[in-house]
Design a protein around this ligand. Structure first.
Ligand SMILES: NC(=O)c1ccc[n+]([C@@H]2O[C@H](COP(=O)([O-])OP(=O)(O)OC[C@H]3O[C@@H](n4cnc5c(N)ncnc54)[C@H](O)[C@@H]3O)[C@@H](O)[C@H]2O)c1
Length: 477
């Protein structure tokens, strides 16, 4: 079992000052694989003080020096990719094949696009003839608190750490207490890449402890948070007294609008996407809206796909889906599946309990509900498990109204061969992202939501801007 109690503060691994032990469990086996420490006030203060002291020097480095450091980090990341995949797989249950490709791959992709954006970013801009002689300076915002979830751990951590480093900020990362091990590997990589002490610090902790302490800390200038809408609201309130910037990437309840002229793989693709990572993705297309003529066929296809979806331990190579992250999440998903049944949705595949043959681990049956209506809990509440809700629609207007009819607005999906309709519908969807006909958003495109899915944008140029202040100076020329 790994002893992972130490924190990375001011360029060194140090023993907790006022931490308490917490076990990290493998969700496939339920066995303890590591012990971490949940930090307290003294640990948080030490990390923030280190980041604050390092800020003036790191903020003043040249773009070239920061690009060089980020490129060294990329080299370190590549050499430790397999180790990182194994850590992610063990801590949060992503099957190792998925962990290697999508999970670790996402981290590399974000690092690469951040470096590209940094090389091209205009830190000084003129206002042109409207304000001759003025300059607009883009400066690092200061000391950042980065608070991340467990579902795509390296993806989420890298979307914050890379741009914050790139623009000259210093930071304290508090990864999810459920997935701390991959983040601790990243701290080792940052150390190997030779960033100055104090630029990057890591303190493990839970939301009530380090998470809240960072949010309210007077020496933190921005909290960049990814996680549940519940925690996003709590952080915003805790941050209000110190008027710090709060950037939120929160939950989702994505609608996948499938018109009758969609390509013949659209339904299968949508079901698989919903189940990917065991349904633990904020942008998962969990509500499938199907135009009436295609409805019965779509429900039958979804049933077949769900029944053919294999579920199994994360350490086995393959395309199976793994467990969900914890007993708490398993119980929440069971509760919501029961709600679906009790409230009258038609259970088409899956249901409550573990899949046959799996006696241990937080494994959930791939589940499909049909005839789900907007009054039902499973329609509007984020389930965060492999559970799909299907609903018919009769008109474009109805599809848009249904898609927009939850408090969330992260990613929605459109499947149709009619380009004009696709564009018309995309413009009317209240979400930060719209993916059409199975084409993923490109590298460096902004990731973020509208409504209660948050107010931030991560990735590429937008990711850099999250960590910058804008300063207007007259008579510069
Ligand atoms: N929009 C996005 O980009 C995005 C991406 C991934 C996940 N998510 C969302 O994340 C959620 C799942 O992750 P989770 O269960 O880890 O979420 P969570 O909100 O419980 O925890 C996320 C992080 O916040 C911390 N935290 C919890 N309460 C806190 C508080 N009061 N103050 C400060 N920090 C606190 C946790 O310790 C953890 O590090 C889902 O709702 C999912 O949709 C959103």
């Amino acid at each position: 079992m790994q002893d992972a109690r130490n924190f990375y503060i001011n360029g060194k691994w140090v023993a907790p000052r006022d931490g308490r032990d917490m076990p990290v469990r493998n969700p496939s086996t339920e066995e303890v694989i590591a012990t971490i420490s949940l930090g307290g006030q003294a640990d948080t203060d030490a990390a923030v003080a280190a980041a604050k002291a390092a800020f003036p020097v790191w903020a003043a480095t040249s773009r070239e020096a920061r690009v060089a450091a980020m490129e060294r980090l990329m080299e370190a990341y590549k050499t430790r990719a397999e180790e990182t995949a194994q850590a992610i797989s063990a801590e949060m249950g992503a099957p190792v094949t998925l962990a290697r490709t999508a999970q670790v791959g996402a981290g590399a992709g974000h690092l690469k696009t951040t470096i590209r954006a940094l090389k091209a970013f205009e830190f000084e801009r003129s206002l042109g003839d409207h304000a001759p002689g003025d300059v607009i300076l883009h400066e690092p915002i200061g000391v950042c608190a980065l608070i991340t979830p467990w579902n795509w751990p390296m993806n989420q951590v890298m979307l914050k750490v890379a741009p914050a480093l790139a623009v000259g900020c210093t930071m304290v990362l508090k990864p999810s207490e459920l997935s701390p091990l991959s983040a601790m590997l990243l701290a080792e990589m940052i150390d190997a890449a030779g960033f100055p002490p104090g630029v990057f610090n890591l303190v493990n902790g839970d939301g009530a402890g380090v998470g809240s302490l960072l949010s309210a800390h007077p020496d933190i200038d921005v909290v960049s948070f990814t996680g549940s809408t519940r925690a996003g609201v709590a952080i915003t309130k805790a941050a209000a007294d110190t008027v710090k910037r709060v950037s939120l990437e929160l939950g989702g309840k994505g609608a996948n609008i499938i018109f009758a002229d969609a390509d013949d793989k659209a339904v299968m693709r949508g079901v698989r996407h919903c189940f990917n990572n065991s349904g633990q993705s904020c942008n998962a297309p969990t509500r499938m809206l199907v135009e009436r003529p295609l409805y019965d066929q779509a429900v039958a296809t979804a049933q077949t796909v769900a029944e053919k979806t294999e579920v199994g331990p994360a350490e086995i190579e393959g395309r199976q889906i793994g467990p969900v992250v914890s007993e708490t999440q398993f119980n929440k998903i069971q509760y919501l599946i029961k709600k679906g049944i009790d409230e009258g949705a038609t259970l088409v595949a899956g249901g409550m309990g573990r899949p046959d043959g799996l006696k241990r681990g937080h494994f959930v049956r791939p589940t499909v509900f049909a005839d789900v209506t907007p009054e039902m809990t499973i329609w509007h509440e984020e389930i965060f498990g492999p559970v799909l809700s299907i609903t018919p629609f009769d008109s474009e207007e109805e599809a848009i109204r249904l898609a927009n009819g939850t408090p969330y607005g992260l990613t929605n999906y459109i499947q149709t061969a009619d380009k004009a309709r696709a564009r018309r519908v995309a413009r009317q969807l209240r979400s930060g992202m719209v993916e059409m006909n199975g084409k993923l958003g490109g590298a460096g495109s902004p990731f973020g939501g509208m409504k209660q899915s948050g107010n931030g944008r991560e990735g590429g140029v937008w990711g850099l801007e999250e960590f910058l202040e804008v300063k207007a100076v007259s008579d510069w020329e």
